[in-house]
Design a protein around this ligand. Structure first.
Ligand SMILES: NC(=O)c1ccc[n+]([C@@H]2O[C@H](COP(=O)([O-])OP(=O)(O)OC[C@H]3O[C@@H](n4cnc5c(N)ncnc54)[C@H](O)[C@@H]3O)[C@@H](O)[C@H]2O)c1
Length: 452
């Protein structure tokens, strides 16, 4: 990065009732031993949320012009769409930063061909944050920077992989939205992630990490019942079975590039487990994996050519882990690469004295089954049109604008520090599973069905 003069704040001429100071730390309640939560009745459908009042523009910078930012067939994610709905005509995307400028121009052209044109017609494309910082004027300073670049370029203190620190240096106090996982470097760099967390916390900036499942109405319903009944979680059981046939990105299948399916994908369920179980005793993590070269690990519907990936870098088909939470509770997690088709099959169970909560299918059509004291039967709760991607964006904007007058309400549910702890857990699972595996080369030739 070149030396630069910090630019503070974007245009702010909103309604005077909004507080702009006294920001509460995003992990305030977490640091008090109780995790942040939101009243589930406040998590409403996108079309039920009115656009924020005011005529002031809300400058946003997007880092990354890929699927998470502009959508794809792979899933319901598409941050730009949620920002458009939350901010309406106030949204101005002042910059789109992506080294693949062709892709950036293509997504902007598509936006400008629609009714959201006003948010994008003046968007400038830059190859790097540096370029943008050299060009920016106070009128173009962002209120929030949304980072959806690949995690290998984030979460460290190293040049070129320290986007969070560079953003805060150029725009002190700017709000951050950062995608999960916080990084994907080697395990030895985890300590650096925590240093980034310290810097973000010390800056006082609002920072939200994209663990959107925390914003599911079903998740917040579980949280509410636990809190209202002073329950202590005894166990969490999480299962994440992806539909591998639909995963067409070659990098996903290469642990040297993606860091593996637990760190890249299962992270959502490890995070949810931590949301309910609390901090994990990392030394207690144990895990086993079914590897690609073992007989049951043969896959018949891969859409990529796995033979192009080095044998030692091919993803495990099943990873199963258990651990102790610092509270004494027990957690377990299984990631499975087995399903065909498109939809993932995911479930989370949470147990407390007298209670079983079973959250099923949170990605597609969440259903929550609850068994309570006094009955052996389960209640069923369905959450039509729940959109956690919208809820996390909507909540973030409200926190940035300090819309909520009650300081106990609507905190950010996933701070950077908390997301680092999830990252640390997923690395511990990967390392424990690798420790228990048999050497690749020894078994490789014995497996008749491998695809290499
Ligand atoms: N929360 C979710 O459910 C969810 C869903 C999808 C993706 N994600 C996360 O979002 C992130 C991006 O995933 P994706 O699917 O959009 O990937 P993608 O490959 O579709 O897009 C990434 C984009 O970033 C660009 N890029 C590369 N290096 C960059 C840099 N240094 N600065 C800026 N841009 C850079 C690439 O050119 C590409 O256009 C990942 O961390 C992924 O885990 C989260």
């Amino acid at each position: 990065m070149t030396p630069m003069t910090p630019i503070t704040g974007g245009p702010r001429s909103g309604p005077p009732s909004r507080k702009t100071s006294g920001r509460r730390p995003s992990d305030r309640r977490a640091s008090e031993g109780r995790r942040a939560s939101i009243d589930p009745s406040k998590l409403v459908r996108m079309d039920k949320v009115p656009h924020l009042p005011g005529s002031d523009v809300f400058n946003v910078v997007f880092v990354g012009a890929g699927n998470i930012m502009f959508g794809s067939d792979e899933g319901p994610w598409n941050h730009s769409f949620r920002f458009e709905h939350k901010l309406g005509p106030r949204l101005k995307v002042v910059a789109l930063i992506d080294p693949n400028t062709e892709r950036a121009h293509a997504v902007l052209a598509a936006k400008c061909a629609t009714f959201v044109r006003s948010a994008y017609e003046a968007t400038r494309v830059y190859k790097s944050l540096d370029e943008f910082v050299r060009d920016v004027t106070p009128a173009l300073a962002p209120r929030v920077v949304v980072v959806g670049s690949p995690p290998m370029f984030r979460g460290t203190m190293q040049h070129g992989r320290d986007i969070e620190l560079q953003i805060l240096k150029a725009f002190p106090g700017v709000a951050l939205f950062l995608e999960k996982p916080v990084a994907t470097g080697p395990a030895a760099e985890i300590a650096e992630c925590f240093k980034v967390a310290e810097t973000i916390k010390a800056s006082g900036s609002v920072c939200s990490v994209g663990y959107m499942l925390r914003y599911l109405r079903g998740v917040q319903m579980i949280k509410k019942i636990l809190d209202e009944n002073n329950l202590i979680v005894m166990a969490t059981v999480a299962r994440f079975a992806c539909a591998y046939e639909a995963i067409a990105k070659p990098d996903w299948w290469d642990v040297a590039k993606s860091a593996g399916p637990v760190i890249e994908q299962g992270t959502h369920f490890c995070d949810l487990s931590r949301y309910f179980g609390g901090d994990v005793d990392i030394a207690s993590v144990e895990a086993h994996a079914l590897e690609w070269f073992e007989q049951p690990g043969h896959l018949s519907a891969q859409k990529i050519d796995e033979s192009a990936i080095a044998p030692e870098n091919r993803v495990p088909r099943v990873t199963a882990a258990t651990w102790k939470y610092e509270s004494g509770a027990v957690g377990s997690f299984m990631h499975v690469v087995a399903l065909h088709g498109h939809d993932y099959s995911c479930e989370l169970e949470v147990y407390a004295d007298g209670y079983q909560f079973k959250l099923v299918n949170p990605y597609v059509q969440p259903v929550l089954y609850i068994r309570r004291p006094g009955s052996d039967s389960e209640e069923t709760h369905r959450f039509a049109d729940d959109d956690p991607f919208f809820s996390e964006v909507s909540n973030l904007i409200d926190v940035i604008e300090d819309i909520e007058e009650d300081p106990e309400c609507d905190p950010i549910l996933s701070s950077f520090e908390d997301a680092c702890k999830t990252y640390e857990l997923t690395w511990a699972i990967r390392l424990a599973s690798e420790k228990s595996r048999k050497p690749v080369v020894a078994k490789r030739d014995a497996a008749p069905t491998v695809s290499s």
